[in-house]
Write a protein that binds this ligand. Structure first.
Ligand SMILES: O=C(O)CCC(=O)C(=O)O
Ligand SMILES: [Fe+2]
Length: 331
């Protein structure tokens, strides 16, 4: 797959391959997902211009004054979209670990449209709630939507790789993810002018909740770490021109823990280097359809084995997880 210790998957080559070669490449992805579930996706076909624009607009947004950014803030604690300022989230709380708030701010947006016939009040009030667009910079919403659309397309293609990796029909997951309730999050980890509190990180240790996360760390940026199979925190290197993807809790549930939803975090810049490196990233959290029932795949159960987890509905499950990380100060 690559000579690097961090695996790089060539998506274009997979898609152009014949069935035997797809199976062979799928088996490599299966191995990676059994060990960490973190890999880079190269040759992804996402337009450079869409990436460059969203970087430019999100950076310009984070450069605005706190007062202006707050005008795009989430409507109330637990509201999923809009601006979440410093001090509003501690990801470690999703694993019942109490830490000071993460040292970050974010802007969050949901699906670009509501599927015809969707009338579930919880779905409409949560994942289909309105994105609170900022007043500026000009062209922010256009750049955001273009990138979101590109990520939806890429995630659908990666789910086909996952189906192949699990020995299923390539299109097995299609009907679970044809009206996905994914969220896009732009993250800004500001320069650290004061030392962090004990236990305070840029992003506390957590797993992602959904099917798959497509991450784009700022080129060359450091700080993302995963717990490797040997139990040690291990940096994820920046990979030029590629996305970093990782699987989330729903893939672990679907596969009865054959695949791991690996714990990860973003550490502070080294104090000996002044702690001053700002870092940005874009995280696309792919989430199956609101009503998709995620239950252990029969092909992931050995004879005599029982499913470890009860089935869940994608939307309500996500809502419960999301609300657990909100700090008292949120909003
Ligand atoms: O910023 C990053 O590199 C990772 C952030 C992350 O893991 C998350 O927000 O779930
Ligand atoms: Fe994450």
């Amino acid at each position: 797959m690559s000579d690097h210790s961090f695996p790089i998957f060539d998506l274009g080559a997979f898609e152009a391959a014949d069935n035997n070669e797809k199976k062979r490449l799928g088996a490599e992805v299966d191995q990676i997902c059994r060990s960490t579930g973190f890999l880079a996706i190269a040759n992804h076909g996402v337009a450079e211009a869409a990436i460059a624009e969203v970087w430019k607009k999100t950076q310009a947004f984070f450069d605005l004054s706190p007062e202006v950014k707050q005008r795009a803030k989430t409507l109330y604690p637990g509201y999923p979209y809009g601006y979440l300022g410093p001090g509003t989230e501690a990801l470690a709380k999703s694993r019942n670990v109490d830490t000071p708030p993460d040292l970050k701010e974010s802007f969050n947006g949901g699906p670009l449209s509501v599927p015809a016939g969707m009338s579930d009040p919880e779905a409409l009030g949560f994942c289909y709630a309105a994105t609170i667009w900022p007043e500026g910079p000009d062209g922010f919403a256009e750049a955001w939507k273009a990138y979101y659309g590109a990520m939806e397309g890429l995630a659908a293609r990666i789910m086909r790789v996952f189906a192949t990796a699990l020995g299923l029909d390539e299109h097995f997951f299609d009907s679970y993810v044809d009206a996905p309730i994914s969220a896009l999050r732009a993250l800004n980890y500001p320069e650290q002018h004061v030392p962090p509190q004990p236990g305070q990180l840029r992003a506390g240790a957590h797993t992602d909740y959904g099917s798959l996360t497509i991450l784009l760390p700022q080129p060359g940026s450091k700080g993302l770490e995963i717990i490797a199979p040997d139990g040690n925190w291990t940096p994820v290197p920046p990979v030029d021109g590629a996305f970093v993807i990782n699987i989330g809790d729903l893939m672990a549930l679907w596969t009865n823990d054959r695949w791991v939803s690996t714990v990860h975090r973003v550490v502070n810049p080294p104090p000996e280097e002044g702690g001053m490196q700002r870092r940005q990233s874009l995280a696309f959290f792919h989430q199956p359809n609101w009503f998709a029932e995620i239950a252990c795949l029969p092909s992931c159960l050995r004879q005599g084995e029982e499913p470890k987890y009860a089935p869940v509905l994608s939307g309500p499950y996500l809502m419960g997880k999301f609300k657990s990380t909100v700090t008292a100060k949120a909003g």
